[in-house]
Design a protein around this ligand. Structure first.
Ligand code: GLU
Length: 312
């Protein structure tokens, strides 16, 4: 049985991009007769209060995107809030460190950004490996002044995969990405680790998300392999842009759900999203359920999708 998921980060209200992604994740799973899990990605407790997660649930329900397990609904593979799953993440960190694959890193954010190292496609610096070579004594010395982050050592290896929507994608772990963080110095576990452990533990077979996460996927596949976990199928979605071609962000208050709910019915929002997704020729009102039968990945565009002026 196919299992899809919603994996929202409740650091604010959902915006159009999140809705677009949620609708397509739901349609992809439902059209395959599959189940949908809701996992709340609230790893950073300061940024993700529970009230925001509850609001996301209400917004998904308003759109008619019902899930089978997870969130406040609970279920057999819970808990479904990442804040409550830290024991699992800590165990994996211990395992990887024990195998000599992860090491403490004392570099500050300022040091990392000051380094003239090459930058990844997403703008983050490729870690130059500064703390990889520290001796035990050097680590102990540094630990007196600063709690370390934990970093995963990556080999000079290319990870390639075929995205269900965008096709083949490959990255060299060493040169394109570099050793990456598993746990921050403040003890918060990293998204890259948590998402892999959780999708595996929750039986997820298909991951549908924005193309901004495409370049995270080789790192995640590498982790799946290291941990001996089954790799799901990935479908990355084009990103939505405004009429001028700028990518949407949470700062765009005019497209937050709060505004949308005042202005439109759920069917009007879903119909417009379905139009942007190539699932219908005009932005006519639709229920999410009515789109299941006609859903096919081939209809969905692969390039960024411009939202015409006045559509929302
Ligand atoms: N929590 C992430 C977000 O809201 C999504 C992560 C994922 O789908 O893998 O952007």
């Amino acid at each position: 049985m196919e299992v899809g998921r919603f994996a929202p980060s409740p650091s604010g209200r959902m915006h159009l991009g999140n809705l677009f992604c949620s609708l397509l994740a739901w349609l992809s799973a439902r059209s395959a007769g599959g189940r949908v899990v809701l996992r709340i990605e609230d790893l950073d407790p300061l940024r993700c209060p529970r009230a925001f997660a509850d609001e996301i649930e209400r917004d998904l329900g308003w759109l008619g995107l019902f899930w089978d397990e997870g969130g406040s609904l609970g279920g057999p593979r819970g808990p479904y809030y990442q804040q409550e799953r830290t024991a699992l993440y800590a165990k994996a960190c211990g395992l990887l460190a024990g195998r000599g694959l992860a090491y403490p890193c004392f570099c500050s954010r300022a040091q990392l950004h000051a380094a003239s190292a090459p930058h990844r496609e997403d703008g983050a610096p490729v870690y130059p490996g500064t703390c990889r070579a520290l001796t035990e004594a050097g680590r102990a010395e540094r630990a007196k002044t600063r709690p370390p982050a934990l970093r995963l050592m990556v080999p000079n290896e290319t990870v390639a995969f075929t995205d269900g929507h965008l096709g083949r994608y490959a990255e060299n772990l060493a040169s394109d990405c570099g050793d990456f963080i598993l746990r921050r110095s403040d003890g918060v576990h990293a998204y890259q680790l948590a998402v892999v452990l959780d999708d595996a533990a929750m039986g997820v077979t298909q991951v549908v998300r924005g193309a901004d996460l495409l370049s995270s996927t080789p790192r995640q596949i590498y982790l799946y392999r290291l941990l001996g976990l089954p790799v799901p199928r990935f479908y990355h979605l084009p990103l939505l842009t405004d009429a001028e071609g700028r990518r949407l962000s949470k700062r765009d208050g005019d497209v937050s759900l709060e505004r949308l709910r005042q202005k439109y019915t759920p069917e009007e929002v879903v119909g417009r999203l379905a139009f942007l997704a190539g699932l219908q020729p005009a932005p006519a009102p639709r229920t999410a359920q009515s789109l299941v039968e006609g859903f096919a990945w081939e209809k969905v565009p692969r390039e960024d999708v411009r939202i015409p002026k006045g559509l929302f």
